[in-house]
Design a protein around this ligand. Structure first.
Ligand code: 4NP
Length: 158
């Protein structure tokens, strides 16, 4: 069986999406979903950089590691390389959708919390201009969302 290919997208690929990638890797292993997970940013601002030190620390506090990840920008070819493209917020969602040229590509793009069935908040809040406690909050939200998403995928036969 082929793995389900999951791409997490935010703006810089140094805060939210690397945390979402790390949580998804952890949860899919724990709950038994065969997945291949990656993350990227809609911008190229932090291309090649490690995640924000506060994100690395928050991950560590939640027993997973993201220090090895390096930021990259979203590529048009990602539409063919992934089955699910999950945007952390509405702005990322619209930026990725604007690059989609076919209905098949558009149908792969989802707002992550909406897909998880979470209605409040609707966006994963950007912790970049916040402090470490905001990163811990993001981890908590991603943990809840990801548990729902992985269970939903398993229930639908994957
Ligand atoms: P992210 O957070 O999109 O969750 O990685 C940000 C990282 C960097 C910037 C903004 C948001 N920035 O302005 O450089």
């Amino acid at each position: 069986m082929e793995p389900l290919r999951i791409l997490m997208v935010c703006l810089g690929n140094i805060c939210r999406s690397p945390l979402a990638e790390g949580v998804f890797i952890q949860k899919s292993a724990e709950l038994g979903l065969f997945a291949k997970t990656d993350s990227c940013g809609t911008s190229n601002w932090h291309q090649g950089e490690s995640p924000d030190p506060r994100a690395i620390r928050a991950a560590k506090a939640n027993h997973f590691d993201i220090a090895y990840l390096r930021a990259r920008q979203f590529l048009a070819s990602d539409f063919d390389q992934f089955d699910y493209i999950f945007a952390m917020d509405h702005s990322n969602y619209l930026d990725v959708l604007a690059l989609a040229k076919t209905e098949a590509h558009r149908s792969k793009v989802h707002l992550y919390l909406e897909f998880a069935g979470i209605t409040e908040p609707r966006d994963v809040p950007d912790p970049y201009y916040g402090d470490y406690s905001d990163f811990l909050e993001v981890c908590k939200l991603l943990d809840t969302a990801t548990e729902q998403v992985v269970n939903k995928m398993i229930a639908s036969g994957r």
